[in-house]
Design a protein around this ligand. Sequence first.
Ligand code: SAM
Length: 287
Amino acid sequence: MERLISPRVTKEIVKKHGFRFTKSLGQNFLVDENILYKIIDGAEVDKEDMVIEVGPGIGTLTQGVAERAGKVVAVEIDKTLIPILAETLGEQENVEVINADILKIDIHKLIKEKSEGRPVKVIANLPYYVTTPIIMKFLEEKVPIQNIVVMIQKEVADRMQAQPNTKDYGALSVAVQYYCEPEIVARVPKTVFIPQPKIESTVIRLKVLKEPRVKVADEKMLFAVVKAAFGKRRKTLLNALSNSSLNIDKETIKKMLESSGIEEKRRGETLTIEEFAKLADTLCAHI
Ligand code: SAM
């Protein structure tokens, strides 16, 4: 089979099958070899690995990664792409395509059934409309994976790796960094896709930590505190937390901040993950 990664071949396949792009499924196909290998090299895939690809499209990234991986399982929501994938990837024996919505499948079960004990990595050129839910599904469900290397909207990548005291730092930064070490792999212009999206993209690597970055008594409390702290970014922590869905009175919040060693006038955007964890544990222990 011809290499898919070129504007010419992509256009030919789309035309041949009368494929119609569905904007609402974030269908922007990659046509640049340099970026393709940034994703594949970034994931450090080898013959030992099983790779889960989210949204293979016509199979461009799948074809590239299948040359390096032991096995590739590609999950595609759009059933009109399935016959195309059967043709473009038909000769690649280590590829299995599943027609499903990645948000609806049991990924633990998928890994158990397909991986044969191989280390698992995730790669994708993600549909922009569901980038965060897809990534958070892998992380929150504590799926046993080594890393996730994905092309996503530039602004979302910047938020994922942002540090305290920056404008991009928020609940998403804390959530992603709780589970992972994020690293920007490449900035990507609009011109490498067919059709071209309106936004700039970034390839980011999320190296999944063996244990979450901080140990807490109750993860739900940690994320409730984070949500409350960033819910009202411009307010002091004391005000943001006492007028929030935490439903804890101001006096108690004041005491808890004090015993966590956190100045009540600080804003959520200045807190490190360790400080959020300390505060969440203090609240857990006292209420
Ligand atoms: N991997 C291809 C490439 O790089 O050219 C296609 C990338 S395109 C940005 C995103 C792909 O994800 C599309 O093929 C789309 O149909 C698929 N997709 C969208 N939502 C999905 C979901 N919830 N589950 C699985 N695939 C999805």
